[in-house]
Design a protein around this ligand. Structure first.
Ligand code: PHE
Length: 338
């Protein structure tokens, strides 16, 4: 038996690769392997020899196992080194990458900040869908099939007839039905438009929308909410002004301008020397929009506003190219520049 073990150890020593090693395991160490069989042969010995022989056998078997595992470790390490040497994608000469602290993406940071400010004014924050129905994106917000406003918001249509929402307004109907008729909600979210990409256009961008509906909500409430939101976001007193503007889902509708937070109205490159930044659209919710959400427009009214969250982030991060937000440029993504 001892000679057998010696031969086995020699065989093990000569093994050169993992395939041979696994063959070896099969023929000696597995359940049907020769070593296991030898062990079974011990029962044929005389009882007085059995204990001593058993002990000796176990020692030898252990020796084979130890050598087996050592061999396995050596062969594995050799295979990994071989792979590293030949794989063009792994460069083992690159110095260790220094520990890097993560940070929130500018859009995430801004969304959370807006949510915080609006929550403190009593708004709920609703997480909007990206895939919506044609009804939600258009018909429910007073943009019927033949309305020219549809052309300005071409998007990506899915084969099931749904689409990637072109505006956060697509959430209005669902929110009004679910939480109305008395509701204050903001709903930031990703929007899509079928656009050629350049420094100021992306096919995907973020908007933030808000609505307040109740018995006696007025434009004065709208102005107060916008002024408070902007003042808090920019951390300095902001003036707002309304100009007439058309959006099918509000009547009257306005374009909302904010006094430039960076030059206090004196004129700078951000506000194109006008002292004002075009901030977004707003107005009193159209009676058709309320009716489509089963709210009686004679009893309830409210305002809605919507603005480009990505655009707002651009002003804060001094980004002159909207594509930077999707660029993976860590230097840009990490810090507020203004
Ligand atoms: N949905 C409009 C847009 O994408 C913005 C808006 C929202 C205007 C709510 C008025 C009221 O341009």
């Amino acid at each position: 038996m001892i000679e057998d073990i010696d031969a086995i150890l020699k065989e093990l020593e000569q093994i050169q690769n993992e395939a041979e090693l696994s063959e070896f395991h099969k023929s000696y160490l597995s359940k049907t392997g020769k070593l296991t069989m030898l062990m079974a042969g011990l029962k044929d010995l005389l009882p007085e020899q059995r204990a001593e022989a058993g002990k000796r056998f176990n020692e030898l078997k252990r020796a084979v196992e130890v050598q087996f595992f050592q061999k396995q470790a050596i062969l594995r390490a050799r295979a990994v080194n071989e792979k590293l040497k030949n794989d063009p994608l792994i460069d083992i000469t690159v110095p260790e990458i220094k520990k890097m602290e993560g940070s929130l993406h500018p859009i995430t940071y801004l969304t959370r900040r807006i949510a915080e400010i609006c929550s403190s004014m009593g708004f709920i924050v609703v997480d909007g869908n990206e895939v919506v129905t044609e009804f939600e994106n258009f018909d429910a917000v007073n943009i019927p099939f033949d309305h020219p406003a549809r052309d300005m918001q071409d998007t990506f249509w899915l084969t099931n007839g749904k689409l990637l929402k072109t505006q956060t307004s697509a959430m209005q109907n669902e929110i009004l039905k679910k939480y109305g008729p008395v509701v204050s909600a903001i709903f930031p979210g990703r929007c899509y438009r079928n656009e050629a990409t350049d420094a100021s256009h992306e096919f995907s961008f973020f908007q933030c929308e808000g609505m307040m509906v109740g018995k006696d909500i007025s434009i004065a409430n709208l102005i107060y909410v916008m002024k408070t939101l902007l003042t808090e976001v920019y951390g300095r007193e902001i003036e707002v002004r309304l100009r007439p503007g058309f959006f099918p889902f509000v009547e009257p509708g306005f374009e909302l301008d904010a006094s430039c937070p960076f030059c206090h109205g004196n004129g700078c490159s951000v506000c194109k020397h006008s002292g004002w930044i075009e901030f977004g659209g707003c107005g009193m919710i159209h009676s058709n929009v309320l009716s489509k959400a089963d709210i009686d427009p004679n009893e309830y009214q409210g305002f809605a506003f919507g603005f480009g969250l990505t655009r707002m982030a651009m002003t804060q991060y001094a980004a002159n190219d909207v594509r930077l937000f999707n660029s993976g440029n860590l230097e840009f993504l990490r810090g507020i520049k203004r």
